[in-house]
Each structure stands twice: as C-alpha cells, then as structure tokens.
Design a protein around this ligand. Structure first.
Ligand code: CDP
Ligand code: MG
Length: 142
C-alpha cells in the first residue's frame, strides 16, 4: 500500500522571473498531485544555509546562495502517492542541458554564462529531507 506523502518544491528565482510559475504548477497538477500550501517569498541567507545544509561548504554554494536570493521564489507543499520520487522524475536531472526532454528542467531551462546551475525547480530527495525542508519554508505547518 502507498501512503499519501508530501514534498517541498521551490520554484527558483529564474522560474518566477521568467513567468513560469503557472506552467510548472500546471505540470505538477497534470501529473495528478495536489497543491497543499503555496507562498511567494524572498529567501533569507539563514533559510538557504539550512535548506542546502549538505552543500553549504562546497565551492559552488556561494553562487547557489546568490542565485536563490536574486529574486522571489515560490515555496509549495505538494501531496500525492510516491510524490517525492514522482516530482524528482518530472523535474529531471540537475543539469538542464542534459536533463531529459519532457522534464521541467529539460524542456524549460539551459546553461548560462557562469557555472551556477539555474534549473527552475527544487524538489526534496527523501522523506527525511521533505520533513526538514517543509519546516524551513512553512514553519507554521511543521
Ligand atoms: O537540485 P538537485 O537535488 O537536483 O541537485 P543538488 O546536487 O542537490 O544541488 C542543489 C542545487 O545547487 C542544484 O539544483 C543547482 O541549482 C545548484 N548546483 C550548482 O549550481 N552547481 C553545482 N555544481 C551543483 C549544484
Ligand atoms: Mg539535491
């Protein structure tokens, strides 16, 4: 039996500023998942350091932090059966240049002039990450 689970999605600043929020949410709903909470926010440095705890000491982190603070993001709690792996599947691989066509990243993003990977969307990678990340972006619901 599958249990209803929740994942944390972020539409990153490139997605929001390019007007792709609706397109991305439409793909999530078309897949069959349910939007349970949605918030347009400007990420703080503290939220990002916590959200990207596994990356915070990596050489690419300052670029990711600046990217994620470059404009508003949309935080979304998405619910469904096997939603964590399903969202990772429809998002596509991290690198948008080679992410599969048909995926959000593969269809709607590409490389830019610097090394920071701007790939439109974040999705939790495990149940533990989802629980931790929902508490960061929706503390009132945790
Ligand atoms: O987001 P995902 O789980 O697919 O990838 P990650 O390896 O956990 O990296 C988190 C995010 O950091 C990516 O989605 C990219 O936006 C960014 N990143 C980057 O800019 N340069 C890298 N070498 C690796 C990741
Ligand atoms: Mg990750």
């Amino acid at each position: 039996m599958n249990e209803l689970t929740r994942t944390l999605i972020l539409i990153k600043p490139d997605g929001y500023s390019r007007g792709l929020t609706g397109t991305i949410l439409q793909r999530i709903e078309a897949k069959g998942y349910t939007l349970k909470a949605l918030s347009v926010v400007n990420a703080s440095e503290e939220q990002l350091a916590s959200h990207y705890a596994e990356h915070v000491n990596k050489p690419f982190y300052p670029g990711v932090r600046d990217y994620m603070m470059s404009g508003p993001i949309v935080a979304v709690i998405v619910e469904g059966y096997r939603v964590i792996e399903g969202m990772r599947s429809i998002m596509g691989a991290t690198d948008p240049t080679t992410a599969a066509p048909g995926s959000i990243r593969g269809d709607l993003a590409c490389a830019s002039s610097d090394d920071t990977i701007r790939n439109l969307i974040h999705g939790s990678d495990s149940l533990e990450s989802a629980t931790r990340e929902i508490a960061i972006w929706f503390p009132e619901l945790a």
